[in-house]
Design a protein around this ligand. Sequence first.
Ligand code: GAL
Length: 678
Amino acid sequence: MNTRAATHDASATSTPFVHEGIAYGCDYNPEQWGPEVWAEDVLLMREAGVDLVAINIFGWSHIEPRPGEYDFDRLDTIIELLHAHGIRINLGTGTSSPPPWLTTLHPEILPIVEDGTTRYPGGRQAWCPSSPVFREHALALVEKVAERYGRHPAIALWHVSNELGCHNALCYCDDTAGAFRVWLQARYGTIDAVNTAWGTSFWSQRYGAWDEILTPRLTLSSRNPGQVLDFHRFSSDELLDYYRRETAVLRRHSRVAVTTNFMVTAHIRNMDYWTWAPEVDIVANDHYLDHRLAEPATELAFAADLTRGLAQGKPWLLMEQAAGSVNWQPHNLAKAPGEMTRNSLTHVARGADGICFFQWRASLQGSEKFHSALVPHAGTDTVLWREVVALGETLDRLAEVTGSTVVADAAIIFSWESWWAGDGETRPSQSVRYLEQVHAVYAALHNLGVTVDIVAPGTDLSRYRLVVAPALHLVSDADAQTLNDYVTAGGHALVTFFSGIVDENDRVRPGGYPGAFREMLGITVEEFSPLLPGQVLTLDSGAAASLWSERLRSTGAEVMASYLDGPLPGVPAITRNRRGEGEAWYLATALESGDLIDLMRTICRQARVTAVGPEGDGTIEVVRRVGAKATYRFVINHGAEDVDLPAEGRELVTGQTVSRVVRVPAGTVRVIREDLAS
Ligand code: GAL
């Protein structure tokens, strides 16, 4: 079968994902247990209120134990058992990890990493996304699963593969090189156009024929950045193409909504989910708190807001999170009592209509035996289990929130392409990292109590009072123009350093940085002057700056602060330019967090951005979801002190009516329904 030639049947439409109330679910791996445990599992699921269970995620070696020989007995039993207990199914296509017989018969499907070595079976996701052999076998499996269960009344959602690209996004094998060339031909048409896009006149890299182009395996020196950037684009597209192939098979047999779980997290960056999101029937994300970050809870809020952005503001699903610790960080911290509930309701506050976990019952064997689960090793007489049951009750009480949306005054422009280009191998400072710069501006707005939408470059910005473009290194002329038009029409923008430097081919815009935004900002930068780690400069505003400085000149902008010391004393570090009806600010350095908050506060005031929550250190988080008849104000207290906030309406978690003030005890969440005047 020529899998690559299979077409997406656009005429077949799916039904949207529909669920009563907020979905409460988990991954369930019954293959790891026997029937007595399954019987207990469904009863416990009922006790907790779990109503959406993902199965068959890693099922392949069980349901196709030998090539072309299928055994669905166990899966049939599990599906009927769940169905009999009223538990809906998020059915995995089962293709995420190939069985040993397949990698034994066809070792050519194994991924090759950038040093040219093979990654072997024994872990998971040991397949090359471009492998025609893998695709043929995987799609044959999907066909069987879809034929068998496509019309089963318990199936609520299709779960394509699992976390596509978690481990295998970038494969450097020969099959991939062939697919990369086809992708390049479609993008550029001619080899000359590739040469131009990649700037191959440099270092004698000029290509004369398509076959000379390889995947960007490790080189002695640094690699061609244009080639690396396009390889990222291609690799994201290639997995998306694979998603489409599975979806096309499912559509032939089923009208049920299809999705796959994204990984909007701090440590995975290989998929450009702006291109993926329009292709899933509902956006679903996996999120794990990352204790390697300074502010894990703020990153959680950012990831939830970005997921909402991918969903175009519509409700989305949290497909996985951990009930307690994970097992894959250097130090896997347990969650404090109440933390799992707070995290879950933070996702709901920011637009999730479903809260699911990895996984139902803690494994006794395998790499994840020390990963938490809803049913821990210690069983149900535990603090964790009681919280699991209580969360189910809380989600039930919040049922009416589903379908409501979050409204924000401010937006941050976020770009995976810019992440790939800006964090490239050779850059002015290895200490400048895209995501850290994004997180810094997000954290400042978060601490000011401002709700933020995260948007793609080129998004219509007219509904926002403030738009921030942090370190938007790569930007096309058209997308830069969107921001420019927004400002001219009366918008307020803040652009931070290293933005607007290169076009979509990673080519520097000459004539002074930041080329794409120079005019809008009323400045020009002659030279970058990065700082050494630990070096802290002072501005004449009193603010502390680090990481970066640049030889900047105003060509019309008002200078708001300049360096007192460092390599560029007297040179502007913060500017503001009136342009058309609006204003564009520029921040040419990294401010210490308190100083960044001060700057952001000033800009927010001028832009008349409304804060939904109180200003603070992020301990009290407030977000509002707006429904047809009411708004829902979520107050999340991450701190150790009770807080009182003005409120009027019904509090949904406790079911009490509040008048004038709501008390939010330490570590808890309250959701106040404020009825809209009819
Ligand atoms: C995800 C994955 C799950 C499980 C989880 C552990 O990456 O989808 O299968 O491995 O992480 O945190």
